[in-house]
Design a protein. Structure first.
Ligand code: ZN
Length: 184
């Protein structure tokens, strides 16, 4: 199980690197990402959210939409999109904040599966929204970046609090590491 990185962690702002090799360690990573996502009761998780800046996301819309199945997609990109609709989103990396986000209604996404085969997904369902949210993560974008100014103002204090908490936790970890090296 991985620790989920939260708002303020620089890894969430990096451009994820494309995956060129599928090996056993990648498969293990995918399994662990599913476990982490299920434990956190999320419907999607991108690798940067667990501190790995690579273009990989796992998705499982079943808690919100029954007739779906888990999906792993490597190097996903949007090749077509149309329409626009609003829907309330949250993010495991931005705890406790939920806001309506306008996104394309239909998307065509291309990428690769874990066997290295080309994946092409055309959807106007909840999956379209999740895919856009996760692909944003791979580009260093968070859903709060897509809020209207007034929405952003409403959540800014919460965001500042999350970021501050994140900094304190990082400092505690760094101190613990230093002590460990000193053998104390
Ligand atoms: Zn997210």
């Amino acid at each position: 199980m991985y620790r989920i990185r939260v708002y303020g962690d620089p890894v969430l702002r990096k451009q994820a690197q494309p995956i060129t090799e599928i090996d056993a360690s990648l498969r293990t990573l995918v399994d662990q990402m599913f476990q982490t996502m299920w434990q956190a009761e999320g419907v999607g998780l991108a690798a940067p959210q667990i501190g790995r800046s690579i273009a990989l996301t796992v998705i499982d819309p079943r808690p919100l939409q029954k007739d779906t199945e888990p999906l792993v997609i490597l190097n996903p990109r949007i090749v077509e999109e149309r329409g626009a609709c609003g829907f309330e989103e949250g993010c495991l990396s931005v705890p406790e904040i939920k806001q309506d986000v306008i996104r394309s209604e239909f998307v065509v996404v291309e990428g690769m599966d874990l066997e290295g085969k080309t994946l092409r997904i055309e959807t106007g369902d909840l999956l379209a929204r999740i895919l856009q949210h996760e692909i944003d993560h791979l580009n260093g974008t968070l859903f709060i970046d897509r809020l209207a100014t007034v929405q952003r103002q409403m959540v800014q204090a919460q965001l500042d609090a999350i970021e501050k908490r994140q900094r304190v936790q990082t400092r505690i970890k760094a101190n613990a590491k230093t002590r460990g090296q000193d053998g104390v």
